[in-house]
Design a protein around this ligand. Structure first.
Ligand code: PLP
Length: 429
């Protein structure tokens, strides 16, 4: 590990890679191989027995993925990380690593739609219950907790409401009850450091800002190394009871020589081994490219979004703008407490003309791309009522923060004049 503390430097130099020991290659080589040659049978046995760490098979580990994992772990201030094939895989693994059938987690209601569906429907198939609570009331997490609660789950900056989650408040409740907080920090890399506020696990869809160029799907889970899984042994049987799938290994014990990484070690050696869903080395390389300029891009993303929010708030065709800079009271306090160096690049707004005005606006955009993605270097827009949220009725849409005239923007890093000009011409000014 490099020991750097500034994100601009970690993004370029953090983690395990310096220069390739065999070739001197400065760029991280793409190790596009399925398997790794063992030195001899003893070496192979030691790797399989976890007596020595090393590369075996790319479903479970790969040096290009390792460079990304160690760099993102350093960036978040965590102990170790695991790269996966998508953000959805990262969320699924982050929960399944702690839960067995009959267990539950407590989640914020303010979630990406894909996560909502995973929690409300798919995890239920496996006997894992998700209890949804309103994040505006942190104590709701305590009230929903029982002896089978294995984790709390939330997004740092969830859209469409864009109200920052009370990370420290809920993490503190969890630490008192022995429940770790898992934060989806996808929308706030660099600007929010959930581990500093008590979160135990951080995940990202690297598809978004980390990749930054709209080319690749990926996800990552970071172990904060800051949660005492042994102290709450009864709550975490997957980490504290002998694991029949690995010669009776107890993961909190097996991890001891390696560091405070029981959670991520078990995720790699059991879930990734059995379920698959690894990140491809090629995608890890692309995410490393994105990561190098992430701190710089976040700065510009956030500056541009701030200007867009203020511009739209003064526009006669706009009824309401949703952006942390325009919030008041507790929401504003949380935005200021948890977001440093910028308030993100998502901006929501509602057109006075309702659904037709929303659709007309999107159809008139020339530079913004009309896509379901967020976090691209380019500016993106979507009309949720007729796309991402079209399966919900109007009441359900309203509950999730989507009104008929609501438009979601993901502001890119173009020149601000061009962004505002495209918005103005699409608004009909
Ligand atoms: N989390 C958030 C906040 C997201 O916005 C998304 C995707 O939009 C995901 C997770 C899922 O990520 P992926 O699309 O990489 O599976």
């Amino acid at each position: 590990m490099s020991g750097y503390t500034n994100p601009e430097t970690i993004a370029l130099h953090g983690g395990s890679h310096r220069a390739d020991p065999n070739t001197g290659s400065v760029a991280v080589p793409i190790h596009q191989t399925t398997s790794f040659q063992f030195q001899d049978t003893g070496h192979a046995a030691r790797l399989f027995g976890l007596a020595e760490l090393g590369n075996i098979y790319t479903r479970i580990m790969n040096p290009t993925c390792d460079a990304l994992e160690t760099r993102i772990a350093a960036l978040e201030g965590g102990a170790a990380a695991l790269a996966l094939g998508s953000g959805q895989a990262a969320t699924t693994f982050s929960v399944m690593n702690l839960c067995e059938a009959g267990d539950n987690i407590v989640s914020s209601t303010d979630l990406y739609g894909g996560t909502w569906n995973l929690f409300a429907n798919t995890l239920k198939q496996f006997g894992i219950e998700v209890r949804f609570v309103d994040p505006a009331d942190p104590e709701a997490f305590a009230r929903a907790t029982d002896a089978r609660t294995r984790a709390y789950y939330a997004e740092t900056l969830p859209n469409p409401k864009l109200q920052v989650f009370p990370i420290a408040e809920v993490a503190a409740i969890g630490r008192k009850l022995g429940v770790p907080l898992i934060m989806d920090n996808t929308a706030a890399p660099i600007i929010c450091k959930p581990f500093q506020h008590g979160a135990a696990v951080v995940m990202h869809s690297t598809t978004k800002w980390i990749g930054g160029h709209g080319t690749s799907i990926g996800g990552i889970v970071v172990d904060g190394g800051n949660f005492d899984w042994e102290k709450w042994g009864e709550r975490f049987p997957t980490l504290n009871k002998p694991d029949p799938s690995y010669h009776g290994a107890i993961w909190t014990q097996a991890a001891k020589p390696l560091g405070p990484i029981a959670y991520i070690l078990r995720m790699r050696t059991c879930l990734l081994r059995d379920i698959g869903a690894p990140m491809s080395p090629f995608n890890a390389f692309l995410f490393l490219q994105g990561l190098e300029t992430l701190p710089l891009r976040m700065e510009r993303h956030c500056q541009n979004a701030l200007r867009v929010a203020a511009h739209l708030a003064a526009h006669p065709a706009v009824a309401r703008v949703i952006h942390p800079s325009l919030q008041e009271g507790e929401a504003r306090r949380r935005a200021e407490a948890y977001l440093k160096g910028g308030m993100g690049s998502l901006v929501g707004f509602e057109l006075k003309g309702g659904k037709e005005a929303g659709q007309r606006f999107i159809d008139r955009l020339k530079m913004f791309y009309h896509v379901a993605n967020i976090g691209d270097a380019r500016s993106l827009a979507i009309h949720p009522a007729t796309t991402t949220h079209s399966q919900l009725d109007e009441q359900e849409q309203a509950a999730s923060g989507v009104t008929p005239g609501y438009v979601r923007l993901s502001i890119g890093i173009e020149h601000i004049d061009d962004i505002l000009a495209d918005l103005d011409q699409a608004l009909g000014q």
